[in-house]
Write a protein of this length. Structure first.
Length: 322
């Protein structure tokens, strides 16, 4: 077990809600049909001029408040994004730290692993805390509306903007990470891609390159494998896990994941219908909502499982302390 405690979480949407009906009117699609297929009624778009660092600092500041900590308590900040952040260099995390009033008191770095970025950063943060470098702030921020265009409706109709954060610190007896299973499979055909404009020489947008049915098939296989590995490591069966938090690219995918894992909906939390597909911010948004709205108690186990382009996939099993 990795001894670590989730001290506080937070999530936010950085702009007004934009309904599926509004977007469908722009691209000439039937809103009822799109909602039926995606399970998304609304998503949020950040106003022009709002930066990733600004949104991330708000989310991490709220998580610190939930943890009862000042920003100066942090020893490390991990900023997760799959859309590139505000600048290529320096790290957007550097600007997040500055917005929190930190100067030379902790390190700050960016981490990218598509939609799996939060779980990758959570694992790194947990191991940092376990070796004496903590507390650690992990914040995932996505302004994905800026990577889409109405000319390509498939991503345009599902992607949204969000940020979510967690602060990890020293554990109490009996709490921490019971198991971790992380992996990538770059040999698979590219499914979702945001090209580097420095390489292509043109403005790039998020593109979905694989049919939805094939993406779902590959994602479900990866998710099931990761969940099985982490439960085997902990010596537990799925029925012994009280709560399951999953990446939510769309509503139908969420339902397929819960069905594949044989998890009833009441053991999780649904956010995709009101926030849309928000990349690496999806899983921590779900985690925050779980901890705020469900009767999570001491000793409960939370399975966090995700998948993303790459094919990045993984699971973390966490036990709540008393």
């Amino acid at each position: 077990m990795i001894p670590v405690r989730i001290l506080g979480t937070a999530s936010l949407q950085p702009g007004p809600a934009v309904t599926t009906a509004e977007l469908c009117a722009r691209v000439g699609r039937d809103a009822a049909e799109v909602e039926r297929k995606t399970g998304i009624r609304a998503r949020h778009f950040a106003p022009p001029g709002v930066t990733c660092a600004e949104v991330a600092a708000r989310a991490l500041g709220d998580a610190l408040a939930a943890a009862g900590l000042e920003a100066r308590a942090l020893r490390r900040i991990l900023c997760v994004t799959s859309m590139g952040g505000d600048v290529t260099a320096p790290a957007t995390a550097n600007r997040v730290a500055a917005r929190l009033g930190l100067s030379g008191s902790c390190d700050a770095m960016d981490l990218g692993n598509a939609c799996m970025g939060f779980l990758s950063a959570f694992d790194l943060a947990a191991r940092s805390v376990a070796t004496g470098l903590g507390p650690v702030g992990v914040v995932a921020v996505e302004l994905l509306s800026r990577t889409t265009t109405p000319e390509d409706p498939r991503p345009y109709l599902v992607l949204g903007d969000a940020a979510a954060a967690a602060v990890l610190g020293a554990a109490r007896p009996g709490e921490g990470v019971l198991g971790v299973a992380l992996g990538n499979d770059g040999s698979m055909p590219t499914d979702v891609v945001l090209e580097n404009p420095h390489v292509t020489g043109k403005l790039e947008r998020m593109r979905f390159l694989t049919p939805s049915r094939e993406m779902t098939r590959v994602a479900l296989g990866a998710l099931k494998r990761a969940a099985r590995e982490v439960l085997d490591e902990a010596g537990l069966a799925m029925r012994e896990v009280e709560w399951v938090v999953t990446h939510q690219p769309n509503g139908s995918m969420l339902e397929a994941v819960l069905e594949a894992l044989e998890v009833p909906p009441e053991r999780g939390v649904r956010v995709v219908d009101t926030v849309g597909s928000v990349g690496s911010a999806s899983l921590p948004t779900s985690l925050d909502q779980l901890l705020r709205t469900r009767p999570v108690k001491a000793g409960d186990r939370i399975l966090m499982v995700g998948v993303g382009a790459g094919v990045a996939h993984g699971a973390v099993l966490y036990r709540v302390g008393g």
